[in-house]
Every structure is written in structure tokens, then in C-alpha cells.
Design a protein around this ligand. Sequence first.
Ligand code: GAR
Length: 187
Amino acid sequence: MVKKINSCVLISGKGSNLLSIIKSARDYNFPITIKLIISNNKDAYGLKYAKKYNIPHKFYSSKNQNQFERNCLSELKKNSIKFLCLAGFMKLLSKDFINNFKYKIINIHPSLLPKFKGLNTHKRVLKNKEKYAGCTVHYVNYKLDSGNIILQKKIFIKNNDTAKSLKKRVLTQEHKLYPEAIRSIFK
Ligand code: GAR
């Protein structure tokens, strides 16, 4: 049995990636354990998974970024958290915060980075008449969606794809890619 690394998942919304990590982490061989979930949105649907799976969770408003990060750091310390997964967490973290967890924060983004950083990815991918879409798990650095890439999954764009259908098909891939990336980091 592996010694699991105490980890926290940060979310802002639906939490479907959170759910895939929670499910993977139930495997005794998975390298991390989810000790804490933090949301910057008190209505995030993902918080329901925290309750369902009995995982300690906190909501901190991120209106004041300094305060948000101070709250997070104190809770992360209290829970001896060593690794952070951003899963649909829609807020940039400061340089100071990231420095506390160098190469210990990862994120998932619904594009083949370095292409299409930021929001409204699928719409832009279609507008640009790309052949492929996909998703990327990467380390978090100070710049938006720019840290070193850990893993990517590419899918072929169909003629009849819309932003909605693409989002759905990419998300299905994200749910496999995120746990796979976590396993690959700690291999
Ligand atoms: C996912 O598609 C994730 O890649 C994206 O938000 C969605 C969250 O879904 N993240 C970003 O765009 C970050 N730049 P979820 O809440 O169901 O996991």
C-alpha cells in the first residue's frame, strides 16, 4: 500500500473533475488522499460531493484575494496538506501563494495548451476551425494556464460539433486524464 499524500482540491463550480479524483482516490494504490475541499463559491455544486463522501470542506469568498489566500493557507497548514489540485477553480492564485507550494499545485484546462488559454475555450477552438480539441493537466505557475505540461489528451473535432457537444466530449476525457496525471506524477 502506498503512503498517500495529503491533498486538497479547489473548486468553483460543478465539481465533476473533483468527483473523478474522489473516486480514483478510493483505490488503495492511488497516490493521494483528499483531506480537504475548498470552494470560493458557496453554491458550488461540487460541495455536494464533499458532503456525500464525507470530506471536510470549506467555503472562503475570494472577493478579497489576500484574505482568501490567508484563509486557505491556514486551513491547508492545519490539515498538513502537501499537494493541491485545481479542478474548475476559476481564480488566479498569487505568486506568494504559489511559492508556498512550488511544483505542488496542478490544474486541468479544457484545451490543448499552450493553445486557447483562458475562458470560452470550445467556442474559440471551433471559430478557429481547429482539427483537434482536448485537455491538459499542468503545473500551476504565476501566469494563466502556462505551467509545465504533465499530460494531454487530444480528440478529433466532428463536423457537427458545437461548443456544447465539444465541452461534453472533452469533459469526459478530463475525468480520465486528471487521475492519470496524478498517478504519473507520483510514479
Ligand atoms: C473543466 O472543463 C475544467 O477543465 C475547466 O472548468 C471545467 C470545470 O468543470 N477549467 C478551466 O477552464 C480552468 N482554466 P468541473 O467543475 O465539472 O470539474
